[in-house]
Design a protein around this ligand. Structure first.
Ligand SMILES: Cc1cc2nc3c(=O)[nH]c(=O)nc-3n(C[C@H](O)[C@H](O)[C@H](O)COP(=O)(O)O)c2cc1C
Length: 494
């Protein structure tokens, strides 16, 4: 919301409040009467590729009570992202990334506030009364192994060694009335915590929220490390503490205004045989193959009247709108600067390339920054990291490609690294042999497209830019704009 030109972040109490606000600004489309097995998934997919698309609210879902809804595309537009982040109107690209990075630089944890009760407890089922089939669970992609009840959820876990809380967004396939397959990918904090319980011979307690203020999903899918927690990060993002209640069975906190919360435990492989989870249509654009996972047994369901499930299936080329991508870049930039290394001027992305622009002060500096970036900076390491000088906008494809083609000698400025943590569903480099032994590591590449440092003094003298100079450009533009107005371009960035 803009008041006197100042953006005010709105702390949404819940998913309903967010949808109401999105409706007010014309960003919600309602779809009535679709079914879960052949319509909700396809509708979600065929609307996901347009540059900016509305949030879709499915209601009157075939076979389910009127008012039990599914909302998809919650954050896939500039304006809906703005509702959550509160950035000033109009800023884009590196300016938007810098704006959020500057906020992260001043991160203050905003802890949650505990309350005794909340709407999430309006309806309760426990033990044998638990029946997950009551909820609409779509077949999101045609060849998924089955319906997925959890796609935009947020799972709370507690580290058994440190007592620290963790929240992650992990998908969940519906197996039967009280069991799900829950995919905690190798290397995510959730997997590490789960396996700590298993090492102690215990099941891993969890509380999974299926619908919440989108700031909480942002927090759940943000690369928050082990020394921060997502409740505090989400509280910081929305500018207000979340209100939480404690799960009666696990003692885990969850939002008092969640639409649905499932309390349960991921079962230790000695207590329950593993079950195959997936195939599932991944963000990479291929189905991941199914493999055995410890199942998640649900012991209690808490839900509001007329609950809304937040759906967010991964889709190839899903277009997250004009604001898409900046939060990850901002976090990477923020973490990169925590290294204390000098000269980091910007972080961006062009296609598959993660790009850092650098002001060079000494030889070896660019690769020193690259080594730090290759820790992953809150995510998996980039597969292709491009280093450019600070005259290049790291989000501008033309400029980045120009730097690669004119400043980079493949014989000496490409650096291959081996056996780096990667995303298991991405086929590239993960051979059948590696998959057999669950080795999810591949090679990564640093493309150093900075001007070679040893030439820095001579470069600009040896290689003169052929662009028109600013004075002549302006003179020409002024004189000829009455004839050529709309065709006269801004100066080429240098
Ligand atoms: C829509 C969506 C679906 C996701 N699905 C999964 C998933 O099924 N499994 C997983 O491990 N990570 C998934 N992720 C990524 C994680 O939520 C994200 O990397 C998060 O930071 C992991 O948290 P953790 O390191 O605290 O476990 C998904 C992210 C999004 C936005």
């Amino acid at each position: 919301m803009q008041l006197l030109g100042v953006t005010v972040i709105m702390a949404f109490r819940d998913l309903r409040a967010f949808i109401e606000e999105a409706e007010k600004i014309g960003e919600v489309a309602k779809v009535l009467g679709a079914d879960t097995h052949s319509e909700i998934g396809p509708i979600t997919e065929i609307t996901a590729w347009s540059p900016e698309h509305p949030m879709i609210l499915f209601d009157e879902i075939d076979g389910y009570p009127i008012g039990w809804r599914i909302a998809v595309h919650s954050l896939d537009s500039y304006k809906r992202m703005q509702l959550v982040y509160g950035f000033p109107d109009g800023i884009k690209g590196i300016e938007l990334t810098r704006w959020w990075k500057n906020k992260l630089d001043h991160f203050v944890p905003v802890g949650f506030k505990e309350v005794e009760d909340g709407p999430v407890f309006e309806n309760i089922q426990t033990g044998d009364d638990v029946n997950l089939y009551e909820f609409p669970a779509p077949l999101w992609h045609q060849k998924d192994a089955g319906p997925y009840l959890i796609s935009g959820g947020a799972t709370v876990l507690k580290d058994p060694e440190t007592g620290k809380l963790n929240v992650g967004c992990y998908r969940g396939m519906l197996y039967d009335r009280n069991t799900l397959g829950h995919h905690l990918a190798a290397g995510h904090n959730g997997q590490v915590i789960r396996d700590k319980y298993f090492a102690l011979g215990k099941n891993c307690p969890v509380a999974v929220s299926l619908g919440h203020d989108p700031s909480f999903q942002v927090a759940a899918s943000e690369g928050v490390g082990f020394n921060e927690n997502e409740f505090e990060f989400g509280g910081f993002l929305r500018g207000e503490p979340y209100e939480v209640v404690r799960g009666p069975l696990t003692g885990l906190p969850f939002l008092s205004t969640s639409e649905i919360v499932l309390e349960g435990e991921i079962l230790h492989p000695d207590n329950e045989p593993q079950r195959v989870e997936a195939p599932w249509g991944e963000a990479h654009g291929y189905y991941s193959s199914g493999f055995p996972q410890p199942p998640l047994r649900i012991n209690a369901v808490y839900r509001r009247d007329n609950p809304i499930i937040l759906g967010d299936p991964t889709l190839r080329y899903k277009n997250r709108g004009a604001a898409g991508g900046f939060p990850k870049l901002a976090r990477a930039w923020h973490m990169l600067e925590l290294s204390g290394l000098e000269g980091i001027r910007g972080v961006g992305r062009v296609g598959p390339y993660f790009v850092i622009s650098i002001k060079q002060y000494y030889s070896g500096q660019a690769l020193r920054i690259a080594d730090y970036a290759m820790s992953g900076l809150g995510d998996r390491p980039p597969r292709f990291l491009v280093l450019v000088d600070d005259d290049i906008d790291p989000n501008n494809r033309n400029q980045v490609e120009w730097a690669i083609s004119t400043r980079m000698d493949p014989a000496s400025q490409i650096h291959i690294q081996r056996e780096r943590w990667t995303s298991p569903p991405n086929p590239a480099g993960l051979t059948p042999e590696k998959r057999m032994i669950e080795d999810y590591t591949v090679g990564t590449m640093i493309i150093d497209a900075c001007k070679p440092f040893r030439w820095r003094e001579d470069w600009d003298k040896m290689f003169l830019l052929s662009d028109i100079d600013e004075k002549l450009r302006k003179q020409t533009a002024d004189k000829w704009s009455p004839v050529l107005g709309q065709f006269i371009t801004e100066p080429k960035p240098r």
